[in-house]
Design a protein around this ligand. Structure first.
Ligand code: ZN
Ligand code: ZN
Length: 358
């Protein structure tokens, strides 16, 4: 190659583009030969987008590289993960899909809230680091389990492969430990249980709204404990019926929506509901998204706070963890009540004996 050839190669954009296209074709051939899945359609679109910015000068590229370095340290950022998770639209959640919003967010994808014209059920996700898009389809009710599993497998690989070759998310994902049940100590659990119930009650009293009817599968033993703790916590009488409802909501991780709008929210799975909008009983379990640590033992990655329990090596959901905290507190309260009764009985007996002597 002569010196003039080299100069021509670096200045002729059409030649560079042609070479790049040939290179992409070659990569695709190699990928198919070694059984790697094809690169997502969206990559081509991004390549075109880059074409429009062909005047991109060298200093700009350097800045991009520096940004990439900043991004690298953010793979395991909980704040960034939660920002991506919050971007997912109701449209994404309402329909069954091969991957959950949490899985996509853990792989660096956020929802653009755009849909494709031809398939309105398909959601368009994007990556802030490389700018690529992937399209998440809806699973049709008629699809067989075999087909569903096959599609899921393809998407699980696609969550990596949809990123550009140079993107940090191409080979990495946010660590599972970043999104888990956040409470650790029994004290923090109890404090949250009481404070959230209190906040819900206060807002309902202030706005003169009733607590909603709930749909739950709590057994009688747990209900007795909830009622007892509610009585012990709520010393002051309030103008509100069934206050234990607020404690049941709190047990399942539901916090007050807004001081002026009685309702509930779960920041872990980005769910919100105002009570006045409810048309049917509020399902404390199913209103959480399937991946929410309050109902999903796998993502919660929590273990019982009961040190003596046989289940202590088994992962439990956040709501089961809260129930265990409640049981521990209930036992302590009942024991101290019984002890104080025994003490009072002994004191009465002593006084009686003294009175007899005198
Ligand atoms: Zn990317
Ligand atoms: Zn939730």
């Amino acid at each position: 190659m002569t010196e003039s050839d080299t100069i021509q190669l670096s200045t002729n954009t059409n030649d560079v583009r042609k070479e790049a296209e040939e290179l992409i074709e070659l990569i695709q051939q190699v990928r198919s030969r070694i059984d790697l899945p094809p690169i997502f359609k969206a990559k081509k679109r991004c390549f075109k987008q880059l074409d429009n910015t062909e005047e991109l000068s060298l200093p700009n590229k350097k800045i991009l590289l520096e940004d990439d370095i900043v991004e690298l340290s953010k793979i395991d950022s909980r704040e960034d993960l939660m920002t991506r998770l919050r971007s997912y639209s109701t449209n994404f959640h309402l329909i069954q899909r091969p991957v959950t919003a949490l899985e996509c967010a853990k792989h660096g994808w956020k929802d653009t809230n755009k849909i494709t014209e031809k398939e309105p059920d398909t959601c368009v996700l994007s990556c802030d680091t490389c700018g690529n898009n992937i399209f998440v389809i809806a699973i049709k009710c008629k699809a067989s389990e075999k087909v569903v599993n096959e599609v899921k497998k393809r998407y699980e690989a696609g969550l990596y492969n949809g990123h550009k070759e140079s993107c940090q998310w191409r080979t990495q994902k946010c660590d599972d430990s970043v999104y888990c049940f956040p409470l650790v100590t029994i004290e923090s659990g109890l404090e949250k249980f009481k404070a959230d119930a209190n906040n819900i009650i206060s807002a309902c009293v202030k706005e003169k709204q009733a607590l909603p009817t709930l749909c739950h599968e709590l057994d009688d033993r747990t209900l007795i404990k909830v009622k007892y703790l509610a009585e012990q916590t709520q010393k002051e009488p309030v103008e509100l019926e069934n206050i234990e409802t607020a404690y049941i909501l709190s047990l399942y991780g539901w916090e007050l929506l807004h001081a002026d709008i009685p309702g509930v929210k779960c920041d872990l799975c980005c769910t919100r509901k105002a009570f006045y909008l409810l048309k049917e009983p509020f399902d404390i379990l199913r209103r959480h998204k399937s991946y929410c640590p309050y109902i999903n033992a796998e993502t919660a990655n929590a273990y019982t706070p009961k040190g003596f329990s046989l289940r202590r090596t088994q992962k439990i959901s956040g709501s089961d963890w809260m129930k265990d905290v409640l049981s521990l507190e209930y036992v302590i309260l009942i024991k101290s009540r019984d002890l104080s009764l025994t003490y009072e009985d002994a004191l009465d007996e002593k006084i009686r004996k003294l009175q007899n002597i005198l």
